[in-house]
Write a protein that binds this ligand. Structure first.
Ligand code: DOR
Ligand code: ZN
Ligand code: ZN
Length: 379
């Protein structure tokens, strides 16, 4: 058996559904899925119920994350037309500001230019504004990035024109970064007949040409992020299926299988899932943290044994040549051979708690650990 060690992955785009929709996911189940996927840091989106758009809702979510999280969690604050100043005041405790410029799941959506401008003016700017922007909205946000010099992060870029525009913006020195999802890298609209409602998400699966443009522009892409968006099987099979697919447990196996297939290098995967995303949001790598990958197989992705509450994956049936054997977080075995060992409440909540700032008191919070790959204290 060949194994390698990689840095723990950071997934900067997940929906953990707590509070409000914990039948789909919660901090405990979502972070279990993260650890099983080799992800040790997640940034959670604010389209919960209630949405994280005011101090009360934000504080409540932080408390729930403290109680439930098994790995590092940071929270985004969400923008509404009414809350630019309130959101800006929450900036020190948030991973960033999330603005929804196009229709998607949940109530957060900025319809008017005035609402978007309000946030560009008020947001303090040392943390990124992450945008759900599709098509023409990408061009609009690039214009605002140039005018306001705010660091902008484009979520789930999926179309050829979008990545080409972002590439041009970067060449001109604009402070922009972007992520792509595994589903846009590994699936296209040709998979719709096979997947039915399980292939529906926002932005939707794109054409083969769009997918090829993403692969051809990997150097422009700062991160692969899952947009892990769990909905139950019943909800997906309902007359109005909500958009979104889970992805935390399948990102690394898929990306590493692409390495085996010669589509990108191992160094490129580490940049896209670990160092790149950490750089965008200023997330320090936790000490004594790594993922052990087993190469080989072939293994077939299946819903069996998934830790996400939704219990399905759009990648079911795909064959992979790598899997996560063990995840060690701050010196302790958090996941091993199909079993999550980290307990709810053992994960740190980033930004929100001064004692738990990225990097703060790491020495104090650090655990001893075995030096070899077999080592690590257990929970
Ligand atoms: O497909 C999606 N699902 N896209 C989003 O932007 C939101 C997400 C969700 O929360 O379910
Ligand atoms: Zn989105
Ligand atoms: Zn999302």
């Amino acid at each position: 058996m060949t194994t390698i060690r990689l840095p723990g992955a950071a997934d900067i785009h997940v929906h953990l559904r707590e509070p409000g929709e914990t039948h789909k996911e919660d901090f405990a189940s979502g972070t279990a899925a993260a650890l099983a996927g080799g992800v040790v840091t997640v940034l959670a989106m604010p389209n919960t119920r209630p949405p994280l758009t005011d101090p009360t809702a934000f504080r409540e979510a932080v408390q729930r994350a403290r109680a439930g999280a098994r790995c590092e969690v940071g929270l985004f604050v969400g923008g509404t037309p009414e809350n630019p100043e309130v959101a800006a005041a929450l900036a020190p405790q948030a991973a960033g500001l999330k603005l929804y410029l196009d229709a998607t799941y949940g109530p957060l959506r900025l319809e008017s230019l005035a609402a978007v401008l309000g946030h560009f003016k008020a947001w303090p700017g040392h943390r990124p504004i992450a945008v759900h922007a599709e098509g023409r909205a990408v061009a609009m946000v690039l214009g605002l990035a140039a005018l306001f010099r705010q660091p902008i992060h484009f979520c789930h870029v999926s179309r050829r024109e979008e990545i080409l525009l972002i590439r041009r913006a970067k060449e001109r020195g604009l402070p922009v970064t972007c992520e792509v999802t595994p589903h846009h890298l590994f699936l296209t609209e040709a998979d719709w007949p096979r997947l039915g409602p399980f292939g529906l998400m926002r932005p939707p699966l794109a054409t083969r040409a769009d997918q090829e443009a993403l692969w051809a522009n990997l150097p422009v892409i700062d991160a692969v992020a899952t947009d892990h968006a769990p909905h139950t099987i019943e909800e997906k099979q309902s007359p109005h299926p909500p958009p979104g697919v889970p992805g935390l447990e399948t990102m690394l196996p898929l990306m590493l299988t692409a390495v085996v297939e010669g589509r990108l290098s191992l160094e490129e995967v580490v940049r896209l899932v670990a160092t790149g995303p950490r750089r965008i949001f200023g997330l320090l790598e936790p000490p004594e943290t790594w993922v052990e990958i087993e190469w080989g197989g072939p293994w077939t992705i299946s819903r069996e044994g998934l830790f996400t509450k939704c219990g399905w994956t759009p990648f079911e049936g795909m064959v992979v040549r790598a899997r996560v054997r063990r995840t060690v977080l701050e010196g302790r075995v958090a996941f091993e051979d199909g079993e999550v060992r980290a307990l709810p409440g053992s994960g740190r909540v980033l930004f929100a708690d001064p004692l738990r700032q990225p990097g703060a008191s790491l020495q104090r919070q650090r655990c001893r650990c075995g030096n070899d790959s077999q080592g690590g204290e257990r929970w």
